[in-house]
Design a protein around this ligand. Sequence first.
Ligand code: ASP
Length: 302
Amino acid sequence: MTALIVHGGAWDIPDNEVAAHKAGCLAALAAGWAILNAGGSALDAVEAAVRSLEDDPTYDAGVGSFLNAIGEVELDAAIMDGNTMLSGAVAAVQRVRHPITLARRVLESDYILLVGAGAESFAQSAGVELCSADDLVIDRERERWKAQQGQPGFRGRDAFRAAHDTVGAVALDAAGNLAAATSTGGIPNKLPGRVGDSPLLGSGLYADNESGGCSTTGWGESIMKVVLAKTVTDGLRQGAHPREAAQSGIRYLARRVDGLAGCIVLDRAGQVGWAHNTLRMAFAYQVDGQEPVVAIHQDEVA
Ligand code: ASP
């Protein structure tokens, strides 16, 4: 059995951005599915899917990411192998076009999380090409940044309705191994040095062959408090279907910390789940023998 699910953020995605979000998710699904279909690993599939989303300026990951309060990109990403439990993450990197690939190199090292300048030095020694920070900045984000100057800073929950376009993927390969990956530019106008849930194991992602895999998106400061991805995969371990585990994790986040988020889930059998308490979430999935499914709201595929 092979299965792959990807997401491109959970928020009030406006109607005029729906088509781009769906197209990007389908392209990422195709990139990851090609690897699974050729007998490749779940780890390679989630990396390829997330690289595709990082290349798409629609999303807040890689090129097109939000700018922080001083007008710079700072990117976070993480990847986890549910077979070996090896994991790699980077945070607050500025000159890396594909932070997920840098996270993969960290996974292959003796470390788990590298940040900022140290992560960029590691990139050079690990053969991950650096770009200029400006290469990742697009006009849409320069304009957003300009409009935010002089406005009150990040205001927590409400700011998250406006935009959060983090990307992620979870895969199950033919060998029965699960993997998860998440990549983000964080939140618009964030304080320099702010790190959210996305690169943190258990919050922004989790994968364990004994339970399942999950990637999350949403208000990081709420997701971290309930360790959302681990909470959801623990639900799988206790026998819940991925839909139930996802819904129960999101309900807990909403009830306990008034959080806002979405998540995608696969269990060991390749059953698919997702849930969000935002208006919309962009996601797409495919399982063996079936056509790809893409949606912007859970009712579309319920
Ligand atoms: N969770 C991300 C963060 O807080 C944002 C997002 O999902 O869009 O950095």
